[in-house]
Design a protein around this ligand. Structure first.
Ligand code: ADP
Length: 248
């Protein structure tokens, strides 16, 4: 389904909870190497959509195609992660009592197990991957610090780095700048843009100031459906979008 530049394709997805349509005939296409911002009022279905893509929630009907013909609705969460989809939840979940570098090693450990990950000497490929993540996140100077001692922003970037260490093709990010200072917000925009040079990124975000910084195509969800899609200026001027944001 869809052309060669499509990475993710939600095809007429539906999901109800106790008879309530949280996702209503939702179709959405994300291209390879695209960053997309998803906006929409509370209850619009943004979280449920991410849950469906990552296999946390199974839709009632519809398909979610990844890389062409892989239907994610036929895979479980662990297998979807292995296929190359990483998800960053709003709250950072780093290993507080480990160093920044060890957090990345743990993220890389995979089936090897966490003990081996920290005890084994660095493999060259592991070293290279971690250095790449440091270059992107700019956390290299903090590599020996305990994660517990990082600022809120740095913890968020570390967790994004932990996902990058696993080399996902698609990164889903939930409200990354909640609780960040202006400087941290700007740095997060820089980081996500840099990531989107080689991967696809979907960002769910409430902060319109941040969405403006990202300068990407925006999808506004409402009642589990796409209400408007396009550049932020166009979407935010759409009378239907204005109504759902102001009319409640
Ligand atoms: P958003 O992330 O855009 O705020 P959600 O996806 O969290 O929206 O929720 C969409 C709708 O689905 C809301 O009305 C919410 O109450 C409902 N919903 C989400 N998850 C569940 C669930 N597990 N059980 C019942 N209702 C749910």
């Amino acid at each position: 389904p869809r052309g060669g530049d499509t990475l993710l394709y939600l095809d007429a997805v539906n999901k109800s909870f106790d008879g309530f349509r949280a996702i209503n005939d939702l179709s959405l296409v994300v291209a390879r190497g695209e960053m997309r911002a998803i906006i929409g009022p509370n209850g619009a279905g943004k979280t449920t959509m991410m849950d469906i893509v990552t296999g946390k929630t199974r839709p009632d009907s519809g398909a979610v195609y990844f890389r062409g013909d892989i239907d994610l609705t036929r895979h479980d969460e662990a297998s979807i992660a292995r296929l190359g989809i990483g998800r960053k939840f709003q709250k950072p979940t780093v290993f507080e009592s480990h160093t920044v570098e060890d957090n990345l090693r743990l993220a890389l450990s995979g089936e090897r197990g966490v003990f081996r990950a920290l005890l084994d000497p660095f493999a060259p490929a592991e070293r290279a991957r971690i250095d790449e993540v440091f270059a992107l996140t700019r956390l290299g100077d903090h590599r020996a610090r305990l994660a517990a001692d990082l600022s809120h922003g740095q913890k968020q970037w570390l967790e994004i780095g932990m996902l990058l260490a696993q080399d996902p093709e698609l990164l889903l990010v939930d409200e990354p700048v909640a609780g960040m200072t202006d400087a941290e917000t700007e740095e997060t925009a820089r980081l996500l843009k840099e990531i989107a040079r080689t991967r696809s990124v979907v960002v769910v975000e409430h902060d319109m100031h941040f969405v403006r910084m990202l300068d990407v195509k925006v999808t506004c969800l409402h009642e589990g459906h796409v209400l408007a899609e396009g550049p932020l200026d166009q979407v935010s001027a759409d009378p239907r979008v204005v109504e759902v944001y102001l009319g409640r």
